[in-house]
Design a protein around this ligand. Structure first.
Ligand code: EPZ
Length: 417
């Protein structure tokens, strides 16, 4: 079984280039199903999840062609089936994002129910409620969600929670619907803006992406386009924490600093120095690490996808830190693993209370989701001795070439088959 072996590493230095955003490319690939002409997309990260989404598009009838090392050409001129199979949906929840495009393009979409995962039940009720509001009939049939509609008609939809996936699925469904759809209490993440920009570049008519109110005027058809995906703010944030946690001084390239304000603010509060440039960020560790109070919130609040990484980092803090996870009901799976390394932490409801300056020591641990896996690497870089991380497939889902990137900074880390 493949493992990652990490040893204590201090003073990491150098430059790291961040890839295109995983959570942007996945909905954008789904959105190529809206268009019969070719879409060329650049800065595609080399991730397992992207490969799964491309396979799904091909299963549905699209042609997917790799261009060079990090671009794709997708052409969905004829969709041969509107059914997304279990074996692909079960591998990656985000495959459910093909539901909106299939429904609005073919008036028929049958997608296997995405299961929950380590971090929570992750229901899809807001997605389905939105599809019904747009005029579709939604049924559950032996594990599948089957939505059909004569045609989709735009109307106002209020999201009980600013769900990223539901906002994305409904933007795509509304793109070819008749009339105007208004999504209220929409998610405001940068990945929503990137998706809207991509669809508008094909001739879509979406305004307000990045705010709580998004207006989508349905159009007849879309045309070809070329698009470059935004940088991955969570990959960037992860390497910023690596630098702060190891006494390092690292330049992170290909970033949008405005996408990282909560992470920058918290790192500065902890005592790190952060210099922002147009498309890069320099992060220098502080002499000491101050305790923090963190509360995860929908964007522009502190991202839940950075919570585990900060927990590893705050093992070094002087004093007590509190991390309140408000987005997912079970996103403290990494606590058990880090406790094996000596982290002094107590979970009470949705909060984890960390007694700081608990020196970590290397142990055998397992990744429980992709961000927890990255957090265990950070813990391993801090801990005395050697840490062995298994279930590393989780990490590969969200971080391309993470071993090579960390080694380039001087980290003592390797894969072991
Ligand atoms: C996206 O997941 C991201 N994934 C997640 O990143 C991220 O953590 C999450 O947004 C929150 O920012 C992708 O973009 C592929 P949600 P998504 O719908 O869309 C509840 C990573 O590490 N909810 O905003 O699934 C849900 O249970 C991953 O890269 C409903 O109740 O997140 C959760 O508690 C992990 N009903 C909360 O909303 C619904 O119909 C946030 O979920 C939908 C969601």
């Amino acid at each position: 079984m493949e493992k990652i072996i990490v040893k204590k590493s201090t003073g990491l230095k150098g430059n790291i280039r961040v890839d295109g955003s995983k959570n942007s490319i996945l909905p954008i690939l789904a959105a190529t199903l809206l268009c019969k002409e070719e879409c060329i997309i650049h800065d595609i990260p080399d991730l397992q999840d992207v490969k799964i989404m491309c396979r799904l598009l091909e299963e549905l009838g699209a042609k997917v062609e790799k261009l060079g090392t990090d671009s794709l050409k997708v052409r969905a001129d004829n969709i041969k089936t509107c059914e997304a199979p279990y074996e692909l949906i079960s591998k990656m929840r985000a495959s459910f994002l093909v539901m909106g495009p299939l429904l609005t393009r073919c008036h028929d979409a049958k997608v296997y129910m995405p299961g929950g995962c380590a971090i929570g039940a992750r229901p899809i009720d807001l997605h389905l409620k939105g599809f019904k509001y747009l005029g579709s009939d939604v049924k559950s049939e032996s594990g599948y969600v089957h939505a059909t509609a004569e045609k989709l008609i735009g109307r106002d939809i209020y999201l009980d929670f600013p769900s990223v996936g539901a906002t994305e699925n409904l933007i795509m469904a509304a793109t070819l619907a008749e009339g105007e759809t208004v999504i209220e209490n929409a998610a405001e993440e940068p990945e929503i803006v990137d998706l809207a920009n991509f669809i508008n570049s094909m001739g879509g008519n979406i305004i307000g992406a990045g705010t709580k109110t998004i207006r989508i005027k349905g159009v007849e058809k879309l045309h070809k386009t070329e698009h470059t995906v935004i940088p991955d703010r969570i990959e960037a944030g992860t390497y910023m924490v690596v630098a702060a946690a190891t006494g390092g001084d690292v330049m992170i390239e290909n970033v949008v600093p405005s996408h990282l304000q909560p992470v920058i603010a918290k790192l500065r509060e902890s005592g790190a120095a952060v210099e922002e440039y147009d498309d890069k960020i320099r992060i220098k560790a502080g002499d000491t690490v101050k305790a923090l109070d963190i509360k995860t919130l929908p964007y522009p609040g502190f991202p839940t996808d950075m919570q585990a990484q900060f927990m590893a980092f705050l093992s070094k803090a002087e004093g007590t830190s509190i991390i309140n996870e408000t987005i997912f009901e079970n996103r403290f799976m990494h606590v058990n693993e880090m406790s094996k390394m000596g982290l002094s932490v107590k979970v009470e409801g949705s909060s984890a209370i960390l007694k700081g300056s608990s020196p970590l020591s290397g142990a055998k641990v397992k990744a429980t989701d992709l961000r927890a896996g990255a957090a265990l690497i950070i813990a391993g870089l801090i801990a005395e001795g050697e840490t062995e991380i298994t279930e590393v497939y989780h990490i590969k889902r969200g971080y391309s070439n993470i071993i090579e990137k960390l080694k380039s900074l001087g980290a003592n880390i390797r894969y072991e088959k």
